[in-house]
Design a protein around this ligand. Structure first.
Ligand code: GTR
Length: 325
């Protein structure tokens, strides 16, 4: 009996640590997001789950795990490559260490506007990038909007790069984001998203950077009240699937997944525009100070980042820039 229980326990642990599983004819897929229920990307995933369920008569079930319960972003990307997680909504920034060419999309001020960003993402450039992720064990399903990232700080506002001098600024675990903060004069501190609130509170860091909905959702505004909209990077989000899971699905099921991912993207983009507005209103109501610094000095300060990252992908960077003219 004891032996049987041990075997059962081991089996449960092993199955629990796997991604795609089957119960009779039903395929169960795990989807991860580090945001919480109610955030646009998570709502996109719920819609995806609903549509896939509907279009397969319940044969494929997507279980959504929001709030980083399956691990921090960087960890979940590795788990998705291994097939432990099937679907993952992540920022392009932490993906850049895995697939360096993606750094181009995270370059400061590469996109001149949201329209420019979407034009690029929807063109061959963006669509080919999704396909290229196969090389690192992932299938890019769709992009999502993440607006623009800006600095927020505890003690004083960032009105020019000079104000960042010596400040410890949390970044995503991404070389290009770290180099960007360095180029502006700050001291980059890479850290998991979930740890930022307490790091701001305890003074481990002096500030961080993110888009308005993330600043609001995480309540970072409670502890870092100065929000300077320098909008240094428009880093898109990507919805990826494990190549292992993808290969195990029929071509019809793959099509269903891809269609549902695109529907999720459409919903997310709509929600995003509203959420950006609401977030800014809410943080203002809560007493935060919002600044609109002149971007010129920031743009000038980040030129070394272009030298380092864009030199390898000169043609691509040029093509992207020209699409924004
Ligand atoms: C958000 C993004 C998250 C995470 C976070 C961070 O904008 O949606 O997935 O990357 O930023 O700063 O860690």
């Amino acid at each position: 009996m004891k032996k049987f229980l041990v075997i059962l326990l081991v089996a449960v642990l092993v199955i629990g640590a796997m991604g795609m599983s089957k119960k009779g004819n039903t395929i169960i897929l795990k989807a991860a997001d580090d945001h919480h229920k109610g955030y646009s990307t998570v709502e996109g995933l719920y819609l995806m789950a609903k549509l896939v369920n509907l279009w397969t008569d319940g044969r494929i079930q997507i279980q959504v795990y929001p709030g980083a319960v399956l691990g921090s972003e960087k960890e979940t990307i590795e788990q998705t490559q291994m097939g432990i997680i099937d679907i993952n909504r992540v920022s392009v920034a932490p993906m850049t260490s895995l697939y360096p060419k993606l750094s181009v999309f995270a370059l400061p001020y590469i996109f001149k506007s949201r329209e420019h960003m979407w034009k690029v993402l929807e063109s061959n450039i963006g669509q080919n990038m999704l396909l290229e992720l196969k090389k690192v064990g992932l299938i890019g399903l769709a992009y999502m909007d993440s607006g623009a990232r800006s600095f927020y700080t505890v003690k004083k506002p960032i009105l020019s790069p000079a104000d960042l001098k010596g400040l410890k600024i949390r970044t995503q675990k991404s070389p290009v984001m770290m180099d960007m903060v360095k180029a502006m004069g700050g001291r980059p501190v890479p850290m998991a998203f979930e740890e930022v609130y307490s790091a701001l509170q305890t003074g481990v860091i002096d500030g961080a950077e993110n888009n308005p909905p993330s600043y609001y959702e995480t309540r970072h505004y409670e502890v870092a009240k100065y929000y300077s909209l320098d909008e240094h990077a428009m880093v898109p989000e990507i919805l990826v699937m494990s190549l292992k899971t993808w290969n195990a699905l029929s071509s019809q099921d793959r099509q269903i997944i891809k269609m549902a991912a695109i529907a999720a993207q459409e919903l997310q983009r709509k929600l995003w525009l509203k959420d950006e507005q609401t977030a800014l209103e809410k943080v203002k109501e809560a007493g935060c100070k919002i600044y609109h610094p002149d971007k010129e000095a920031f743009i000038k300060a980040v030129q070394p980042v272009y030298k380092k990252y864009a030199s390898k992908y000169m043609d691509l960077v040029k093509e992207i820039q020209e699409m924004g003219e």
